[in-house]
Design a protein around this ligand. Structure first.
Ligand code: BGC
Length: 454
């Protein structure tokens, strides 16, 4: 049995049904605001039209290049669409050095172009014509499939000279500067769009794409009549369009203040994008481990955990002085543990504090702390997803999800479903599917449907 102290400590992370409903309502009105021309400027959730209007049929064919920038890594991919809902992917991962993440934008795009050129040379494709889909997973205002203006950096990126600029043009110029590859960028997309497309490639009922990874966001299929910000010329031939919600920004007008904890506030204050991306800071991999670290410091200070250890103060200092020392992946490992062995938990505690064989009660408490932080994130994501399903007119809706938190956390899917069962209208049917390489396959599919439409 867990003692009352740790339950009390974690109480601020446990959302009541009332709080859940309230967030649900506020979230719905924010989306409505984002879609309307007269209110979009004030909306946190910008609901950008992506200009992706054709979902895949499954019979797309051909070879496509894809770039994927948006998290800790950068990838170049060669995707072969084979028809019959089938595709193969060959890819190469390149690190994005920390200094490039916050340096001049030109350097970042030169790095991307260099990796691309190496990849093309390695695959002996210099003379082939290959259309490219660019998965650029940051908020962008699009005016067409190929033009995307970065509105703000997120997830620890802050390169000068890119905000307000068309990232398609920046990529094109970087490629031109090299003069050793010729590439045709046919589409720029968000990773949520890639996820939706790659899931729709396999399951035609997919209408929502979600990422819970380093960042957090979603997109969905909306009727063009509800999308006031879209160029009317595009509304004639197709009646639907994918909307990139950018829900990570939700809460910036105070809508989440009634559920944010002192730890959420601290995370925000220490971040490089203060007062921004508040929903993202409660739900995504870049911040969840940090939240646990801050809670643990408090737990140690208040003598709630490791009560019997004479080194409690020392442990608190270690955690206090080492930002990011408790990683989001540790939460997955701890929540995967079984009573009473707690093999992962003990290994992590040893790694952090040098403590051999932590007591069972302490392992249980640590697991409970991780659970509360992850469950709250799952609940918040589910609130958003349920709101979208209830908005969409189809009776059956499949949700495609990807991202490291969803993929590797052993219970995240269960946390999401638990809340969805409470919030999705009873006349609806839903399912969740894991996306298979949305950023690669999805980018190729966007490129493929773009060429088809041409
Ligand atoms: C970005 C989104 C992206 C999400 C997931 C957020 O920080 O603003 O565009 O979809 O991260 O990668």
């Amino acid at each position: 049995m867990l003692d009352v102290e740790v339950r009390k400590l974690m109480q601020p992370f446990v959302l009541s049904d009332y709080q859940m409903q309230e967030v649900y309502t506020r979230f719905g009105s924010e989306i409505a605001k984002g879609l309307k021309r007269s209110t979009q400027a004030q909306a946190n959730t910008k609901c950008w039209p992506t200009y992706v209007q054709d979902l895949p049929t499954g019979d797309e064919m051909g070879k496509y290049l894809a770039l994927d920038l948006g998290g800790t890594n950068f990838r170049v991919l060669l995707v072969t669409l084979k028809g019959h809902h089938d595709a193969s992917v060959d890819s190469q991962i390149y690190a994005v050095p920390k200094d490039l993440m916050v340096g001049p934008g030109v350097d970042l795009f030169d790095h991307i172009a260099e990796c691309l050129a190496k990849f093309v040379a390695k695959h002996d494709m210099r003379n082939a014509y290959l259309p490219l889909g660019f998965t650029f997973s940051f908020p962008c205002e699009q005016v067409g499939l190929k033009e995307a203006m970065l509105t703000r950096w997120t997830k620890g990126f802050d390169c000068a000279g890119v905000e307000g600029e068309d990232v398609g043009r920046l990529l094109h110029e970087a490629i031109q500067r090299r003069d050793d590859v010729e590439i045709d960028v046919v589409g720029i997309l968000n990773d949520t769009t890639g996820t939706l497309m790659s899931c729709a490639h396999r399951n035609p009922d997919c209408r929502v794409g979600v990422i819970v990874g380093t960042g957090c966001n979603a997109c969905y299929v909306e009727h063009v009549d509800n999308v006031e910000l879209m160029d009317p010329a595009y509304k004639r031939k197709q009646k639907q369009v994918i909307i990139n919600i950018e829900w990570g920004a939700f809460g910036e007008s105070g809508q989440l203040d009634f559920v944010r904890t002192e730890h959420d506030r601290k995370i925000d204050e220490k971040s490089i994008n203060r007062s921004e991306q508040l929903f993202e800071k409660m739900t995504s991999g870049m911040y969840l481990g940090e939240l646990v670290r801050l809670v643990l410091v408090q737990a140690l200070e208040q003598n709630v955990i490791f009560k019997l250890s004479s080194k409690r103060q020392e442990y608190a200092d270690i955690l206090r002085n080492n930002v990011d020392i408790f990683e989001t992946k540790h939460m997955s490992e701890i929540e995967d543990d079984t009573f009473p062995e707690f093999a992962n938990t003990r290994r992590i505690v040893k790694q952090l504090f040098g403590l051999e064989k932590a007591a069972v009660e302490d392992c249980q408490k640590l697991k409970y702390i991780c659970e509360c932080v992850a469950r709250r994130a799952g609940t918040l994501v589910a609130i958003g997803v349920s709101g979208l399903i209830n908005r969409i007119s189809d009776r059956r809706v499949v949700v495609g999800i990807d991202g490291s938190v969803y993929r590797y956390h052993p219970k995240f899917d269960a946390y999401i479903r638990e809340t969805m069962h409470k919030l999705v209208k009873s006349d609806k049917e839903f399912d969740i599917m894991l996306s298979e390489d949305g950023s690669g396959r999805g980018a190729a599919l966007v490129a493929a449907v773009a060429s088809k439409t041409k």
